[in-house]
Design a binder for this molecule. Structure first.
Ligand code: CMP
Length: 483
């Protein structure tokens, strides 16, 4: 109803303008001859000039009348006939082209009639060069113009359709297509003008007004929620929401099994696509309430963290294993289990690479070693060259002489393979001697016996070793400050 007022005013203004022009033309034609005579009497010899003075207003008045006639014809054709037959408003561009062509033709006819002496054909021919210049100057404008014509001929969309144009994704409702541009009303109520030539080059996504256009809305639920229940609840909640088309039932489906949720999408069809923002929001709201009522839960990003207890780094060898190993060493065989455990706790494990030197002859030394894993070679240097004396393996010991006597190392000891040894220091042994006075004697005998067996087991050497053990015992006692 609001449009009726301005329309009526326009019609009244049109009738008034027509009357004024027609009246002016009538009076002009009525007094034309008198005017000519008057001008001829005033101007005398310049008869041609008087013609021009009369013809110019005549041309203007006839052109105005032609313009009004074209407007009237355009209104009759497009506002009444076209709209009644097609059911929609005629495109502005078509109307403009019609008006332009009709007016040009009428103007040329009037011009030809008034200026009979002017040859229009010759005029157009001679002005071809100007046509080229004007054509180049109007390249963009003409590009838009012809793109507009092709858009209309193609009719990819109409006023009222939602379109998305180009890489910049100008989205909105088409408000009109002029000879220069497509006018889009965005959802922020801005007007975007996309020139016809640009629109002709770009991809245009059209969501026609009379088409059931679909939208997709995403949501997520917990993995503990039943998918079948979710589908039912959400579909029923959305299908009767405002602007959701009842013609097609919404589709609820699992889109992805996400990191912390089942990812869903709901596809629904809209009655009025131009309101999709509001409808999307309403659909989300419906989903929230429906899930709440049904005991289903929206998922939000979660991460399951499994805490791992920090395990203390395992020592190279466990105390029990060390005690076991020490108990197998013949010099420690007299020790009780408790003493062995104390000794094991006081040992330090070392690993050597094949070929590494563990002991160097002549060095000071205050600890002995038990081979835990691997093998070592004892070498003595004779004439500047190393001579292997013995190979010691698991359970054997070495370095005891320096430890128990305080003398320098008597030989080199090298690892033959990757070897793990247990180091027993002076303090640990002293403590053992203090709590176990018989140990020094027992060790000195054991060492002596072992040395004897290493000395090829000869009776003589064995006897010498036994004799030596008495001296060894006193030197051990002296070195460790024992009585
Ligand atoms: P120590 O003198 O402290 O350092 C070198 C070690 O080599 C020595 O103690 C012994 O333990 C060991 N050793 C020396 N000679 C022999 C041998 N003939 N047989 C076995 N081991 C030996």
């Amino acid at each position: 109803m609001a449009a009726v007022g301005p329309k009526r005013n326009r019609i009244l203004a049109f009738i008034f303008a027509t009357l004024v022009v027609a009246l002016a033309l009538y009076f002009f034609l009525y007094f034309e001859q008198d005017l000519r005579n008057y001008l001829a009497s005033r101007m005398g010899s310049r008869a041609r000039a008087e013609d021009s003075l009369i013809n110019i207003p005549k041309l203007i008045l006839f052109s105005l009348l032609a313009f009004l006639a074209v407007r009237a014809l355009s209104t009759i054709i497009f506002d009444f006939v076209f709209q009644l037959r097609r059911g929609y408003e005629a495109p502005t561009l078509v109307r403009n082209i019609f008006s332009l062509v009709a007016f040009t033709i009428l103007f040329l006819l009037i011009f030809n009639r008034i200026y009979t002496e002017v040859n229009l054909g010759a005029l157009f021919t001679t002005s071809a060069i100007f046509g080229v210049i004007i054509g180049l100057a109007l390249q963009d404008t003409l590009g838009n113009f012809f793109s507009g014509i092709s858009l209309h001929a193609d009719r990819p969309f109409q006023v009222g359709d939602v379109i998305v144009v180009g890489q910049q994704k100008h989205t909105g409702v088409v408000e009109g297509i002029t000879w220069r541009a497509i006018k889009i009303r965005t959802f922020q109520n801005h007007v975007v003008l996309v020139s016809n030539s640009n629109a002709a080059k770009e991809a245009i996504e059209v969501c026609p007004r009379d088409n059931l256009n679909a939208r997709i809305v995403f949501f997520g639920t917990l993995y503990t929620d039943s998918p079948a229940k979710t589908i039912h609840v959400v579909r029923e909640a959305v299908r009767d929401a405002d602007n959701v088309s009842p013609k097609i039932t919404p589709i609820v489906r699992i889109r992805n099994l996400g990191e912390s949720s089942i990812d869903w999408e709901i596809k629904y069809w809209l009655e009025d696509y131009a309101k999709y923002n509001d409808t999307d929001a309403l659909v989300r709201q419906r989903i929230w309430y429906a899930l709440r009522r049904s005991g289903l839960t929206f998922a939000y990003p979660t991460r399951t963290i499994q805490l791992e207890r920090k395990v203390a780094p395992k020592p190279v060898t466990a105390d029990e294993q060390i005690a076991d190993r020490l108990s197998a060493v013949d010099i420690f065989s007299p020790l009780s289990t408790e003493e062995l455990q104390k000794l094991a706790a006081a040992t330090v494990g070392h690993v050597f690479a094949p070929g590494e030197t563990l002991i160097r002859a002549g060095d000071e030394g205050s600890s002995m070693f038990v081979v835990h894993n691997g093998r070592v070679q004892v070498q003595v240097t004779e004439n500047g060259r190393p001579r292997p004396v013995a190979v010691l393996s698991e359970g054997d010991f070495f370095g005891e002489m320096a430890l128990f006597t305080g003398e320098p190392r008597t030989a080199n000891v090298l690892a033959l393979e990757e070897t793990e040894v247990l180091e027993i220091g002076h303090v640990a042994m002293k403590h053992l001697f203090e709590t176990n006075p018989d140990l020094a004697e027992s060790i000195s005998w054991t060492i002596a016996e072992r040395r004897a067996s290493l000395a090829a087991g000869s009776q003589q050497l064995a006897q010498a070793s036994i004799e030596e053990s008495a001296g060894l015992l006193s030197s051990i006692k002296r070195f460790f400050g024992l009585r």
